[in-house]
Design a protein around this ligand. Structure first.
Ligand SMILES: Cc1ncc(COP(=O)(O)O)c(C=O)c1O
Length: 468
């Protein structure tokens, strides 16, 4: 015993002597990058190496490209780090985390005006992508049931989307063998879906329509009510029951607070399911999302698996199994901490900043905004038609990056790829002061190009889906 204690003391003394200064062996030698190192190294050295490599990443707080939360308050961070070790799938072992998940589902279900009678139906996910998969799978299963009941073939399902949908919808269609029927984006329709175009594409094989509340490309809301009303007529005429799934990845945490009278949720008859990202305007660090169904009738029972090997009889409907419980904890913390008024105040502050920034940008340079942050606090702008500039939005994006700002530039989807945009996502953590600093930098960039009349503007390098 004495001997062991002596060894331990020696080890500690040694460790103190070998503090991981940058002169220590581990920090002077090359680090094995693609092979497992043979031996251990001290935790402090490993920490220092990994920490330092990550300094080369962009600064998350200056990341105006992402929709995902980059700032949470210290109490939320504390709670999250206290609960890193909880696996949310172990519902029998962590019944209180499971209870918090159900509280969140109920809160969202109420916020989205699900019918008051009946139990709230929904679950947490890793984000909107998984939530979209689950919502759209339920649409496909329900459609198959309807076709089977009519004695018809269920071989050729299709789904109606705008070409501006986020890539998760393309994935759903390919992975689950559903034909995507796209409404093209055109300038005359303000680059949005509309009811008339949707109805033109509908038929008996349509499993649903998926309008977006706050598109990834411009942040604009698509007209869910108009589509609902047109579908109501169409379904009556044809005897079909084509439903709507609203992709409210961002808007699901904005519209209930800032546009309360906008009908886009379960107030509309044909809206059967909604996805929302808790890690976007739900104000939680990545990755948590939610899918909420209008009621239990919309979630076919045979999509739910029951497992008993964690103890108890646990229903699961998810693409993943194990994942962190701490994001669910943080979502509930936000609900409790902020309440309706707190969320409203934060979203309004973001929106005010987005509107301010979009207006100022138009004043200081040859920019024209397609959106101004009046739907979700996101706006997209292009260079004015006919503007005689020696730079493109790609140049502006690159120059901003030199200062640390991450502002993406990209082309619109097929049909309007000649339009290139800069997009700014204003989130909690981006103050008016930072907006002014960004404007100053844009001003400096404009002067820089003015001083270089011979410079030739960069063109779009890639054509693909816009990332978030
Ligand atoms: C409209 C829309 N739907 C779905 C997604 C995918 O969301 P997530 O990153 O939460 O999986 C995004 C991401 O930005 C989005 O903007």
């Amino acid at each position: 015993m004495l001997h062991a204690r002596h060894d331990l003391k020696k080890m500690i003394d040694n460790d103190k002597m070998l503090m991981p200064t940058f002169g220590s062996r581990e920090l002077r030698e090359p680090v094995p990058k693609y092979e497992l190192p043979k031996a251990e190294m001290r935790s402090r050295s490993a920490y220092q190496i990994v920490h330092d490599e990550l300094m080369l990443d962009g600064n998350a707080r200056l990341n105006l490209a992402t929709f995902v939360t980059t700032w949470m308050e210290p109490e939320a961070e504390k709670l999250m780090s206290e609960t890193f070790d909880k696996n949310m799938i172990d519902k029998d072992e962590y019944p209180q985390t499971a209870e918090l998940e159900m509280r969140c589902v109920n809160i969202l279900s109420n916020l989205y005006h699900a019918p008051a009678e009946g139990k709230a139906c929904g679950c947490s996910t890793t984000g909107s992508s998984e939530a979209v998969m689950l919502g759209a799978m339920a649409l496909k299963w329900k459609w198959k049931q309807r076709m089977k009941a009519k004695g018809k073939s269920a071989e050729k399902p299709n789904l109606i989307l705008g070409t501006d949908v986020q890539v998760c919808w393309d994935k759903f269609c390919r992975y689950w063998e559903v034909e995507p029927k796209f409404v093209p984006m055109v300038k005359s329709r303000s680059y949005s879906l509309n009811a008339e175009e949707v109805i033109k594409l509908c038929d008996e094989n349509t499993i649903g329509v998926a309008p977006v509340l706050g598109t990834t490309i411009t942040g604009a809301y698509q007209p869910v009510k108009e589509i609902n009303d047109a579908l109501d007529k169409y379904n009556k005429q044809t005897g079909f029951d084509i439903p709507i799934h609203v992709d409210a990845a961002s808007g699901g945490f904005i519209a209930p607070f800032l546009q309360r009278d906008l009908e886009w949720d379960f107030r509309l008859k044909w809206v059967k399911s909604i996805n929302v990202s808790g890690h976007k305007y739900g104000l939680v660090y990545p990755g948590v999302g939610w899918v909420i169904w209008r009621d239990w009738n919309e979630l076919p029972e045979d999509l739910i698996f029951r497992v008993n090997y964690l103890g108890g009889d646990m229903p699961t409907f998810a693409l993943n199994f194990s994942r962190p419980g701490n994001q669910i904890v943080a979502q509930y913390y936000n609900f409790l901490r902020l309440g309706f008024d707190g969320y409203k105040r934060i979203q309004k502050a973001c929106q005010d900043t987005a509107i301010y920034l979009s207006e100022k940008l138009e004043k200081i340079g040859p920019f024209e905004c397609l959106t101004r942050g009046t739907d979700i606090p996101v706006f997209a702008c292009k260079l004015k038609d006919g503007a005689d500039t020696n730079f493109s939005v790609f140049d502006v994006s690159e120059m901003l990056r030199h200062r640390g700002w991450l502002v993406p530039a990209y082309t619109m989807p097929e049909n309007c790829t000649d339009v290139s945009l800069l997009r700014i996502v204003v989130k909690e953590g981006f103050s008016r002061d930072m907006a002014d600093l960004l404007l100053d930098d844009v001003g400096r960039i404009l002067t820089h190009y003015k001083d270089q009349p011979g410079y030739k503007a960069k063109r779009a390098e890639t054509k693909g889906k816009v990332r978030c």
